[in-house]
Design a protein around this ligand. Structure first.
Ligand code: 6PG
Length: 233
């Protein structure tokens, strides 16, 4: 598993260009681009820039999934889907059939089960035993979490299910999240992290400290890239 760490002052444009390059590579190779979006705030300007430079992509052959979601309705401010809809889906008129939304508004285990089943069906249609993303975007929290895999939570140890509901005690809230088996199946994983995000934590995660969930994303048959915003240090 090759790993690349890039620190850039052109974080938004470089990240958007990276995503577009992966899209073109996947479309040329397999006629489809399977990308999982990350939540939080860091990706918002990147999604907008990606949409701006990718205006000519065949959006009907792009499949958007979500690495995780808050357990709220899609119009709530904290919804990861809402952030993607505002920054990318609506501005680029991306067809609904290209978007697989995690239904944060329903019973969490049911939403996870429904999403896992939909991914399994798509994987089977391509003869895969587990859905393989072309690119998964991830962020990292101040505690080293990624997606909604928080330290000391049940989802971190999940080795069977690909998508689960995960209760996060520190948030006193349920989350929906892809699990490590699914994340580590991806062809490419791109972490997008602001450079002012606890530099010591970042160095420990990059050194592979196992107590941090972000350290555990290591696709054995994929490429791992960390892109760090050096303009905010
Ligand atoms: C979420 C994200 C989460 C996020 C990190 C970093 O639902 O919040 O999926 O894993 O990537 O918390 O968030 P920021 O980009 O806002 O720092």
């Amino acid at each position: 598993m090759p790993r690349n760490v890039t620190r850039t002052k052109n974080f938004v444009t470089d990240a958007a260009a990276f995503i577009l390059e992966q899209a073109r590579t996947a479309l040329a190779a397999r006629g489809e681009f399977r990308i999982a979006l990350s939540g939080g705030q860091t990706p918002r300007p990147i999604y907008a820039e990606f949409g701006r430079i990718a205006y000519d992509l065949p959006w009907e052959r792009v499949r958007f999934t979500f690495g995780d979601e808050r357990c709220v309705p899609p119009n709530e401010p904290e919804s990861n889907f809402r952030m993607a809809r505002e920054s990318l889906f609506e501005p680029q008129s991306i067809p609904e059939k290209s978007i697989m939304r995690l239904r944060g508004e329903i019973d969490p285990p049911l939403a996870a089960q429904e999403y896992e089943g939909a991914l399994a069906l798509l994987a089977a249609q391509r003869g895969e035993t587990i859905y393989r993303h072309d690119l998964i975007l991830l962020g990292m929290g101040d505690d080293g979490h990624t997606a909604s895999l928080f330290p000391d939570t049940a989802a971190l140890g999940e080795q069977v299910h690909r998508v689960v509901a995960n209760f996060v005690p520190k948030l006193k809230a349920w989350r929906l999240t892809m699990t490590l088996p699914l994340l580590n199946q991806s062809r490419q994983v791109l972490f997008l992290v602001r450079g002012d995000k606890k530099p010591q934590l970042l160095e420990r995660v990059l050194a592979g400290a196992p107590e941090f969930p972000a350290s555990l994303v290591k696709p054995p048959d994929g490429q791992l890239t960390w892109m760090i915003d050096a303009s905010v240090a």
